[in-house]
Design a protein around this ligand. Structure first.
Ligand code: ADE
Length: 232
């Protein structure tokens, strides 16, 4: 039977999901709690990966190997990179790339993983469509865009840096897990999409805004994800 892996990085990002999942049972692998159960009658596994690409990669592989996840959806918050995005707005990943993969001294462009075909990992088209439909239905006061999610093991809080991420890498938002999830999904042939609601603008006020708006943004992202699972 189909199993949907539902991931977040932080407690705030999975809290509302855990309130909705029925018949919960928790199993621990690699120190991560995986909560199996049903959401809208579908088999799901909910987990909190922890922050950063290594946590996200290991957690994604466990979802695939041990829980047979054949679809992975990630819900959470991000810093806005596209200049038209405001706090609360949604980014649906068209693809994900690591902005901190930097082998430029050897002549590789920023974000390119050397000696490998793909560095910008495309999200699943059907899942993107489903996310767009959920946003069209639920996003009243917030905008949503389909765009590139940039990931790195850095919290970005610098206006010039965030402009550069937009101009040189065409990023829509920046966070710390999506590209790791995307890469592991690509390696395993598992469809994925990342949903992110903006908690801040990755500029000089990002730390303050992140603290203030993470709960609100996490709720927006959860609402879209919940609608998507109902439609899967
Ligand atoms: N997640 C939320 N805001 C972020 C930021 N500014 N940088 C990296 N990850 C984030």
């Amino acid at each position: 039977a189909a199993t949907i892996g539902l991931m977040g990085a932080m407690d705030e990002e999975i809290a509302l999901l855990l309130e909705q999942v029925e018949g919960q049972n928790t199993v621990i692998h690699a120190g991560i709690g995986f909560v199996t159960g049903q959401l809208h009658g579908k088999e799901v596994v909910v987990c909190k990966s922890g922050v950063g690409k290594v946590n996200a990669a290991a957690t994604t592989q466990v979802l695939v190997d041990r829980f047979g996840a054949d679809t992975i959806l990630f819900t959470g918050v991000a810093g806005a990179v596209h200049p038209e995005l405001n706090i609360g707005d949604i980014v649906i990943s068209s693809s994900c790339q690591q902005h901190d993969m930097d082998v430029t001294p050897l002549g590789f462009a920023r974000g390119i993983i050397p000696y490998q075909d793909v560095s910008d990992f495309p999200a699943d088209k059907k899942l993107i469509r489903l996310a767009e439909e959920a946003c069209s239905k639920l996003c009243e006061d917030n905008n949503f865009i389909v765009g590139k999610v940039l990931s790195g093991d850095q919290f970005i809080s610098d206006y010039d840096y965030v402009r550069e991420l937009h101009e040189t890498m065409d990023g829509a938002c920046v966070e710390m897990e999506g590209a790791a999830v995307a890469q592991v999904c690509h390696m395993n042939g598992v469809p994925y999409v990342i949903l992110r609601s903006m908690s801040d603008k990755a500029d000089g006020t990002a730390d303050v805004n992140f603290a203030e708006f993470t709960v609100l943004a996490a709720r927006h992202s959860f609402e879209i994800l919940n609608e998507m699972v109902a439609g899967l």
